[in-house]
Design a protein. Sequence first.
Length: 265
Amino acid sequence: MCLVVNSNCNVDNLETSNFHLTGENIDASKHSFLDGSVPMLVVGSEKPFVVHEVNDAFVSKFGFEKSLVCGRSIGFLQGPKTNSLHLMGALGQSKDCLQSTCEEAPSSATGKSVVLYSKAGVESSLHIYSEPLKSLEGIAKRLVSLADSEAITLNVAQQESTVSKVIIEASARQAIQSTNTRFLDMYGLKENQVTGRSLRVVHGPRTDRAGWTAMLAAAAAGAAPRGRLWTCTSTCEEIEVDVRCVPVASEDGCTVQYIMLEIEP
């Protein structure tokens, strides 16, 4: 089991902006990551991703003293269940994605869910988010955050709900797999009109497509963002809705296979 699934996932306090890459370098002298509650590191921009600095939240979660971490490769966090390719990809792909359109791999800009280990050998499934960091000394670095994965099981995602709900693929295609009656009624659609199609079926003139993309990318990487977005019914009525995206783990728990969206006016 690679993803730590949460049957009582609470996404109310998560915002889309926490998981969206801006593509802009951060001035290390002005960045206040050391005060954050999420474990964070500053690493080199290339393999072996040598650690330059960590915050107190990292020390608290993993149990490593700062003096024993700095100067080592980030690989010291790996263990039996760590997918090293996913770890390296989470650190390197975001840089590659910023230099491309990312249309075929929307989740690559926010990294992946990877199992990492504490000093005591305790495993955690974490969503790894990486972005460029501009240091004062001119050395290329990356700022890496390690947030707990918010993935749930497919059984939980498919439970009956009074909230409008849709489940889509987490792949680049993002095809709709299933919906509930509330969703169909809200948008005046029939099941055969939406199954297999993308969420563009409910997009309208004021839909923030970049916002949708950022939220789905974050969910595909193991986070659970939310946002307020405009959608459109089959009769062209625009509805502003609160959207919650929750990652759904694959059967073996090692990847995010689907994304569940809860949509409320």
